[in-house]
Design a protein around this ligand. Structure first.
Ligand code: ADP
Ligand code: MG
Length: 467
């Protein structure tokens, strides 16, 4: 299917607008492989690369697309969404025209089975072969706007592994449900298709590789990771800077990918933000589906707590859950932790939980304000660690981009979270002027408005500082 130059121009104009209205990840996920056809009656057909993508455009983005198209061409009345069939085509991304090779269509002939129906598991055990824990299921996962994309992508993979999204790359901060989703997807694939799944972490992968080199058993290592149907690697960010591991992982990846085996990866940050990740791996990771998980809103946090109570078979009044959810906003593991604390202490006392008793149980946990002023060293340490630079560099006169950004972020955090004065910040960083500190804060503040990756960076660095 080919667009005429007019259609191409119309779609490029609209995409330029759409790009401003949606996040960068969503834009590249949903609009990259799309085309537009204009019919004589003024109606439009948008072609998406697969069914899932088409549904998402239609259900989530129809209004945005229609508004953008009508702004470019008032005669447009309505839009239909269809799946493109075959061929290579070029599409605009708003700035440039890129040539994309269309991925094979998802196979339609695979059995469609219901997703995993596992209740809360009675054991915490991991299956020895797959490293999967039956505790994690889609059913026990609460969906909110912060994770709906990641959840939908996992479900799509669980229904059609190896085709729809390969690799699937999930990223998000600590305790936000990445491992849960990865494990749930693995469990569903094993249950529904009898797939040979292997769940690992990048640290486990690295240590097994090292051991196998030492014992001269690398062929066993290779077959373990290559003779499977689905490879799940959690927390891939720890592969950064490890050349040999990256090399081995690259070959493992290619082998599995060439056989249409599903690969699912998680990270605390998007591929672009993983320092010292080889370009060839980065482009592999970005070549499939990248979905983020952000912080859940208050309602979702309450819903998660309700789900946990349901699983534990306990009833707790809404005010208590509301109270916990209000105080723990950034980490679902901590949310669960606070709930468990209330339950445990209450069980000891043998009374029912009231808002007052919950408050008193949690008073020590919640009393320390989330963002108490922290020592400057801690901020610098977290920033340097995150960006993988050494301390002396952040205080140096270096104007290198890789140093300037972390330095500005550190200044920004000291100002925002610690309330340090500009002169203090300036002089702490190698005797700089207060205007340098002001400029740094303004710059980061400005960029935060549009830069998703920077937003993510700051969230993760704050997690490191305040954890
Ligand atoms: P991460 O891997 O991102 O650090 P986890 O997947 O380990 O986070 O999640 C931390 C805890 O929170 C787990 O016990 C998990 O089951 C729970 N959890 C996270 N997100 C959800 C959710 N949306 N619904 C229910 N439980 C969740
Ligand atoms: Mg995890």
């Amino acid at each position: 299917m080919n667009q005429t130059p007019n259609e191409k121009e119309l779609w490029m104009t609209a995409l330029g607008e759409i790009e401003l209205a949606v996040s960068r990840t969503n834009f590249s996920t949903w609009f990259k492989n799309t085309e537009l056809k204009k019919h004589d009656d003024g109606s439009i057909t948008i072609y998406a690369p697969n069914i899932f993508n088409r549904e998402w455009l239609e259900n989530k983005y129809n209004t945005i697309i229609l508004t953008a198209l009508q702004r470019a061409d008032v005669s447009i009345t309505n839009i239909r969404y269809e799946v493109a069939v075959g061929g290579n085509y070029s599409v605009g991304n708003g700035n440039s025209t890129i040539l994309l090779s269309k991925k094979p269509q998802a196979q339609e002939n695979q059995p469609q089975q219901p997703t995993a129906q596992q209740g809360p598991a009675s054991t915490e055990e991991y299956d020895a072969t797959s490293n999967l824990n039956a505790r994690y299921s889609f059913d026990s996962f609460v969906i909110g706007s912060h994770n709906e994309l990641a959840f939908a992508a996992c479900q799509a993979v669980a229904k059609k592994p190896g085709n729809t999204y390969n690799p699937l790359f999930l990223y998000g901060g600590v305790g936000l449900g990445k491992t849960h989703l990865l494990q749930a997807t693995g469990n569903a694939l094993m249950k529904n298709f009898g797939k040979n799944v292997l769940y690992s972490t990048s640290e486990k992968f690295t240590s097994e590789l090292i051991t196998s080199i030492g014992r001269r058993t690398t062929s066993n290592f290779k077959s373990k990771y290559r003779e499977i149907d689905v490879l799940i690697v959690d927390d891939i960010q720890f592969i950064a800077g490890k050349e040999k591991t990256q090399d081995e992982f690259f070959h493992t990846f290619n082998e599995l990918y060439s056989l249409n085996k599903q690969i699912i990866i998680s990270s605390d940050r998007p591929p672009k933000a993983i320092a010292t990740l080889e370009e060839r791996l980065r482009s592999r990771f970005e070549g499939g589906m990248v979905a983020d998980i952000s912080m859940p809103d208050l309602e979702t946090r309450v819903a998660i707590l309700e789900k946990k109570c349901e699983q534990k078979g306990v009833a707790i009044i809404r005010e208590v859950l509301q109270y916990i959810a209000t105080h723990v906003a950034h980490n679902i593991r901590e949310l669960e932790g606070a709930l468990n604390r209330v339950l445990a202490i209450n069980q000891l006392n043998g009374t029912t939980i009231t808002l007052d008793s919950a408050k008193s149980i949690l008073s020590t946990t919640f009393e320390t304000p989330k963002k108490k002023a922290v020592h400057m060293d801690k901020v610098v340490e977290a920033v340097c660690g995150y960006y993988n630079i050494v301390h002396s560099e952040i205080f140096s006169k270096s104007r290198r981009k890789e140093i300037v950004r972390p330095r500005q972020v550190a200044m920004y955090l000291l100002r925002k979270d610690n309330g340090s004065s500009f002169p203090t910040i300036g002089s702490s960083f190698g005797g700089r002027d207060h205007t340098t500190a002001m400029h740094a804060c303004e710059k980061i503040e400005g960029e935060l408005e549009t830069d998703d990756i920077l937003q993510q960076d700051i969230i993760l660095i704050r997690q490191k500082i305040y954890a």
